[in-house]
Design a protein around this ligand. Structure first.
Ligand SMILES: C[S@@+](CC[C@H](N)C(=O)[O-])C[C@H]1O[C@@H](n2cnc3c(N)ncnc32)[C@H](O)[C@@H]1O
Length: 253
């Protein structure tokens, strides 16, 4: 990979550190094996976002900013030909080990989303979770369009920054798993503009409005809150701006 900018270098070092911290728990193949549901149901937006990819069998799919590589394995098990990339060599090594342990073939590559080492029109679809908000979006959007086939689609699930109370909590309150890089910011409407310039048919939906309370209410209430989101958000789409996550769909003309 060419010399990294200070921002990319900081991102790479941060995530390599995370990957190194988890590596000792993942030395046995058993620790890397998992069922599809472990990934698809670990957050409420993953299954509906995956459905936006359409049929997977026989498709060439890119897991964009793959991190641990669980999505890549699920996609490969569904019959797709999968490439996965990440800026962090540590996470790319984990993704490769996870694919091997689960008996699927995934091509794992170290790369930056802003300069992809793939030929024009090489993918039918792109999947990304919690990655766009780390990127230089104008550059990433152009690269995405370049590597997607005409008629292809990119689907991203991203933390959303439209809810002031939630932003306060993210910034100032302690909670399990809280750790973020200096440059990442939850996505906002302003960030959708450079994506829409390149993908004019962009759509986005909100996930976890009431459901975000699942972290602080008794476990038995999590499902009813998700059901309430499913009933309210499609009918009052303006409320998507207050949600915890969004799913952004980028159809390539
Ligand atoms: C929050 S993690 C998400 C990982 C994975 N998609 C998931 O669902 O857990 C963000 C990932 O983006 C990667 N990343 C950050 N900046 C990047 C860039 N410019 N290009 C490619 N990957 C990047 C990090 O190394 C990290 O693995």
């Amino acid at each position: 990979m060419p010399q990294l900018s200070p921002r990319l270098d900081a991102e790479r070092r941060f995530h390599d550190g995370q990957a190194a911290d988890r590596a000792h728990t993942l030395t046995a193949a058993d620790a890397l094996r998992f069922a599809d549901g472990d990934y698809l149901d670990h957050e409420t937006w993953i299954r509906p976002a995956f459905a936006e990819l359409g049929p997977l069998t026989g498709k060439c799919i890119l897991d964009y900013g793959c991190g641990h590589g669980m999505a890549a394995v699920v996609l490969a098990r569904a019959g797709a030909t999968v490439t996965a990339f990440d800026l962090s060599p540590g996470y790319v090594a984990e993704a490769q080990a996870r694919a091997d342990a689960n008996g699927v073939s995934v091509e794992c590559v170290v790369a930056a989303g802003e300069a992809l080492p793939f030929a024009d029109a090489s993918f039918d679809a792109v999947w990304g979770n919690a990655i766009l908000h780390h990127l230089d979006l104008p550059r990433a959007a152009r690269e995405l369009r370049r590597i997607l086939k005409p008629g292809g689609v990119a689907v991203f699930a991203e933390p959303w920054g439209g809810n002031a109370l939630l932003e306060f909590a993210r910034r100032y309150l302690p909670y399990p798993g809280k750790s973020r890089t200096a440059d990442e910011q939850p996505l906002t409407r302003r960030d959708l503009a450079p994506l829409r310039e390149v993908f004019p048919a962009l759509t986005w939906t909100g996930h976890q409005l009431f459901g975000m309370a699942r972290r602080v209410v008794p476990a038995g209430l999590a499902k009813p809150l998700t059901t309430l989101d499913g009933a309210v958000l499609p009918v009052v789409p303006i409320l998507r701006n207050l949600c915890r996550y969004v799913v952004v769909v980028l159809p390539r003309a």
